[in-house]
Structure formats: C-alpha cells, structure tokens
Design a protein around this ligand. Structure first.
Ligand SMILES: Cc1cc2nc3c(=O)[nH]c(=O)nc-3n(C[C@H](O)[C@H](O)[C@H](O)COP(=O)(O)OP(=O)(O)OC[C@H]3O[C@@H](n4cnc5c(N)ncnc54)[C@H](O)[C@@H]3O)c2cc1C
Length: 610
C-alpha cells in the first residue's frame, strides 16, 4: 500500500506548497483516494479516534460468539487440539522444512482449511471470530502451520470467497475447502513489495477478448509450489486509455507457460512453509477466471489482506500465550542464587508484561474479527493496527521469554530459537509495519484534515454555501477539543480507567489537530511524527479492547453469581502501561530528537562507507 494519502492539501496550496508536489505525488494521492475513499464514509472506531470521538457501538459490549456456534467451535477445538497433540511435530516440521501431507489432510478433515467458507460449498460456515480461535490454537503450537493455513484460507482462497461468482465458487471451492487442493495469494514481485500498487506482471487480452495472456514473475509466495489455485495480481489495460490497472486472476499451475522458478526458497524461519518464485510466460487465462471487477484488483488485494491481518493477530495471540506458559514454567523451576527465577523482580516484570500483552492481543483480535462478522464498513485502519500491534508485541514477548531461559534458549532442543526465527517475518509480511504505521496515521488524519480544509477554503473564498459547511467543521473541531468523550463501561471498578481513556482520546485529538496545523502538507513525508500519532492511536484501540473485554468478564461473572471478581491483574497492568505509552508518544510530538536523528541518517546516507 502506498503510504502517502492526502490529508491537508488545501491549506498548503495557498502557501505555494501545492506547487511543489510533483506529478508522481499527485498521481499517488489520486489513486489512494479513489481506492480508499470512494463511496460513503461511515465513521468507524479508528477514524472516530482521530476526530476525538469514541464510537462505542463498534467496540462495546465486547463481542461474543453466539451460543450455537460456540458449542460447534468447542467441539472443533477439542478435535483440533487432540489432532495437533498427536500429529503435529513443530520441531520436525522446522527440521524437515516441510509440513507433512498427513497434517494438511488432518486439518482438512477437521474443517480448518474451509473454516469460513459457506456450507453450500462444503465449508464450515464459521464466523471470523470463531476462525480466529482456531488460528490462535494453531499459532500456539507451530508458526509454519499457522502461516500455511493463513496463506491458504485467510488470503489464498479469500478473493474467491469474497469476489467470486456463484459459478466460480461452485467450480473451485469444494476441493479447496477440504484441502484436497490448496490455495495461494500472489501479489509480491521484485518491484512490488511494500509498494504493492507497482505490480508489473502484465495481462493482455486476446483479440477475441476470451482470454488474457499473462507475463511476469512473482516472488516470496507462500504455498506457490503446492497450490492448485493461485490468486494472481496482474496489470490489465484500462479500455479507452493508455493506462493499466491491477486485476485479480485465478491461475492454475497446470496452465501452459506456468514455470516454478524456485519451489522452496531456503529461509530463516517458518521453514515448514513452501515460499516460492514463479514465472508466467504467455500463460493463457480465460476471462472467466477474473475475480471481482476488471481493474479493481488492488481493492481485491487490500480487502483480502484485511482478513489475513485479522488472523495474523490470532496467530500472534496464540504464540504469546505459549511464551507466557514457557516463561512461567521456567521461572518456577530454574534455581539460581538459591531461589527460583520467578523470585526476581526483573523476571517478574517480563512475565507480567507478556501476560498483559497476551490479554490485549486476544481482546484486540476478537474485537477486530467482530467488525468483519458484523459486516461493518471499512475496518482497514483497525486491521492494520491489529497487525502492527500484535506482531510488535509478540516480538517483545519472545525476546523476554528467551532472556528468562538464558543460555538454554539458544539451543535447538528447546522451541525458543525456532519461535524467535519464526516470529521475525510477522513484522514484514502482509504489509511491513512501517508502511502500515504511516498508513494508519495518514488515513486517520484525513478526517480532521478535510475539516480544516473546509475552514481554510471558506476563509480564502467566503460564500454562503461554504459558510455553513465551514461552521459545521469548525464546531466539530472545537467540540472535539473541549469535550471528553464518554467511554461507557458497566462495571464501577472500571470507571476510573474509562475516564482516563476518554481524556487521552481528547488529548490525542488535540495533538492531531496541532500536528496538522503546525506541519500542514509536509506532514505527508514526516514519518517520525506519523509514527507517534499512529502508535498512540494503536494503544488507544488496544486499551479500548482491553477495557471492553474486562468489563464484559466482570459483568458475566456478576450475572453468574461469582462472588470473586475475575483476576484482572494483567488487564489492569496493560491499561496502565498503555496509558503511559500514549502520554509518551504524544509528549514526543513536541519534545524529541527528530532533527538530530534525521541529520545523522542523512549524513550516513550521503557518505556510504566502503
Ligand atoms: C516468508 C515470506 C512469505 C511471504 N508470503 C507472501 C505471499 O504469500 N504472498 C505475497 O504476495 N507476498 C508474500 N511475501 C512478501 C511480503 O509480503 C513482502 O516481503 C513484504 O510486503 C515486504 O516487501 P519487500 O520484501 O519487497 O520489502 P521492501 O518493500 O523492499 O521493504 C523493505 C523495508 O523497507 C521499509 N519500507 C518500505 N517502504 C517503506 C515506507 N513507505 N516507509 C517506511 N519504510 C518503508 C520497511 O522497513 C520494509 O521492511 C512473503 C514474504 C516472506 C519473507
């Protein structure tokens, strides 16, 4: 995803800054706006934060899986746990750099490979929340297997599920949802990594229009060499112009001209997955294999990735829970200085942080998955936040548990070195965290940026029509600055945290407004500023999910007559630490070393060392 999104263009145009925008920038902004902002814009939770609102009905009450589905899910989880305990050997998968067919078949039998596909096509028809619980369980045990399932089900067959016609689904899905056939999602190319819109693979229509001829190469594609169906992004001509746009195609490896260049690229972690490179050389694909609309492939890809990022959160949650179990087990048994390690405060601190983060990761995953299940409009910001937040927290969790194990963590008889290697891809795959961080800040700031634009335009060129819009925009901006949004919790003991969260949202909104007014157009390139704003927004979202979950658990216990309040030490700690971080990010907007950071980097970049 291109990271530059228009926010506050108009105020700067008057300053002449607009003239400095090169043609490429304008093209990027136009593309991004067409892609992201076409159609009516509902105020979702994250966009609401940037406007100083707490859109409570998105996040409260904490989502629950309906009872009927929950009992089906419980049965599936029991079956899955038994299967994984008996058949899945994560260390062996890593050593052999392969997931045995018996494991794939078993997952297929249990329904994991078609969990959210409609029953009509042989799937289990589960919600995204239930699917996340399944992925969490797999993520607890083996990252290779969870990435394999994600590549097949979360993204590989997702375009078909979301954008396929009934005929396409009927033709392809029945074998894919059982695992008899496997799916893959192929976007990345040499020149199209983070810059996903820069796909170069070409798809030229045949003269009779019945087929497209595909040419180009894809790399780093999970499952490419074992897939029977690949969702491939390629450029098609835009009729009536010399432009091209991305279109999603369903390609099968038996099509003449499909060449596997490297089936299993040797790699650091998630070694069980088959990550490959392939070329399409004059591959003739029938037009019936187009998924979604011609030229709308980027939209298809981004929607697919919304699902992938949600299950990413679930897998990271599972792995974080494993970190906690491993940390506790070792801290309770390993003795040094005549004490078990768990007696030392610096070890306790790590265990507490892992527990707090695991609680938050689960809450954030479930809330985000519920947006998909409820059919809410536009949760792209929230899925991006979830992906960045959970992958960064998991990296910290693994680092902490690694440290608790000391030298023993370094040896291959324990799972920790594998977990460390496996987790590193998370911050890079499905959108590098830097790109998503910048995206969160820029898309989030667009709302208030447009309101400032309205006000500025009216001041420059007053008109009756404009005055009323500018008045509304001004009132909105002012209200958000004055009013502390209400965070409606049910439990008395959480009201203090809820008030603090409300105050932090107001503080955040104030900081966003100030950044927009201070930096104007150049903020589009100021990633150090964007990062603080995005990080604060992510922690606000995470805290909200934690508060919502904690509130629901307290209320549930009360309704069931449980005298003892549930143990919420981890949730409480998370909120405290998250609130500290938010204050720190916002303070950093005015008190920082950015100039020095940039000067040092620029000096290094200008004089590469030999
Ligand atoms: C094991 C593995 C499995 C994968 N599976 C798939 C798959 O199934 N399907 C698929 O399509 N792709 C897949 N990928 C590709 C993956 O999505 C890309 O690697 C990822 O998008 C990053 O692209 P890149 O590697 O080209 O890095 P680059 O785009 O070259 O970026 C390198 C680094 O530069 C920085 N950076 C880049 N752009 C910006 C920016 N705008 N602002 C700030 N910093 C920036 C980031 O730190 C980034 O990590 C896989 C990759 C791996 C390693």
């Amino acid at each position: 995803m291109r990271a530059r999104i228009a926010t506050v263009r108009a105020p700067c145009s008057a300053n002449g800054l607009m003239n400095k925008l090169d043609a490429q920038r304008q093209k990027e902004i136009q593309q991004a706006e067409e892609l992201l902002f076409a159609g009516p814009q509902a105020l979702g939770f994250a966009k609401g934060l940037f406007q100083g609102h707490f859109v409570s009905d998105w996040v409260m009450p904490y989502p629950r899986i309906p009872a009927a589905e929950q009992s089906e899910l419980d049965q599936t989880l029991t079956e899955l746990r038994k299967f994984l305990s008996e058949e899945l050997d994560a260390a062996e998968i890593d050593r052999q750099a392969d997931i045995p067919r018996t494991v794939i078949d078993g997952l297929g039998r249990i329904g994991v490979l078609g969990m959210t596909a409609p029953k009509l096509y042989g799937g289990r028809g589960f919600s995204q929340m239930a699917n996340c619980k399944v992925l969490e369980e797999i993520g607890r045990r083996c990252a290779s297997t969870s990435v394999f399932v994600n590549a097949h089900h979360s993204i590989g067959i997702r375009a078909l599920l979301l954008f396929g016609t009934h005929e396409q689904k009927q033709k392809w899905l029945p074998k894919l949802v059982t695992g008899e056939q496997l799916g893959s999602f192929a976007l990345t190319e040499k020149e199209a990594g983070s810059d996903a819109a820069n796909v170069q693979m070409q798809a030229r229509p045949t003269e009779d229009g019945s087929h497209f001829i595909l040419n180009g190469e894809k790399r780093y594609i999970t499952n490419a060499a074992i897939a029977h169906e690949l969702t491939v992004m390629a450029r098609t001509p835009v009729p009536g112009s010399d432009k091209t746009a991305i279109t999603a195609f369903l390609v099968t490896p038996d099509m003449p001209g499909f060449e596997m260049l490297e089936a299993r690229m040797p790699k650091m972690g998630i070694r069980g997955t088959a990550t490959g490179r392939f070329a399409l050389r004059d591959v003739k694909v029938p037009k019936e294999n187009i998924l979604g609309q011609m030229g709308k492939g980027l939209k298809v890809a981004l929607t697919v990735l919304d699902f992938g990022r949600t299950t990413f959160g679930a897998c990271c949650t599972g792995a974080a829970k494993t970190c906690l179990e491993l940390a506790v087990a070792h801290a309770n048994t390993r003795k040094q200085f005549n004490k078990t390690l768990g007696n030392f405060e610096l070890v306790k601190k790590k265990i507490a942080r892992i527990a707090a983060d695991a609680y938050a990761m689960e809450a954030m995953t479930m809330v985000t998955a519920s947006f998909i299940d409820r059919g809410l409009e536009d949760y792209m910001l929230e899925t991006a936040m979830l992906k960045v937040f959970t992958t960064e927290r998991l990296w910290e969790c693994i680092n902490d548990v690694f440290q608790i194990y000391g030298g023993s963590a370094y040896f291959v008889d324990l799972p920790l070195e594998r977990m460390l290697r496996d987790a590193r891809i998370n911050q890079i795959g499905e959108g590098a965290n830097e790109v998503l961080t910048s995206f969160v800040a820029l898309v989030g700031m667009r709302g208030p940026g447009m309101e400032f634009k309205e006000i500025y335009d009216t001041m420059m060129k007053p008109s009756r029509d404009r005055m009323s819009k500018a008045w509304a925009a001004g009132k909105n901006r002012l209200n958000a600055t004055i009013r502390v949004p209400d965070v409606p919790v049910q439990s008395d003991q959480l009201r203090g945290h809820a008030r603090q969260l409300g105050r932090l949202i107001r503080h955040f909104n104030f900081a966003v407004n100030r950044a927009l007014i201070t930096y104007r157009e150049p903020i589009l390139d100021m990633q150090l500023v964007q990062e603080r704003i995005a990080n604060a927004a992510m922690d606000l979202f995470a805290s909200t999910c934690v508060l919502s979950r904690q509130d629901s658990e307290i209320q549930f216990a009360r309704r069931n007559g449980d005298a003892a309040a549930p143990d919420h030490a981890a949730a409480d700690l998370f909120l405290r630490q998250s609130f500290h971080r938010i204050r720190g990010f916002l303070a950093g907007l005015t008190d920082n070393d950015d100039k020095s950071v940039l000067a040092t980097a620029n000096s290094c970049l200008a004089k590469p060392r030999s």
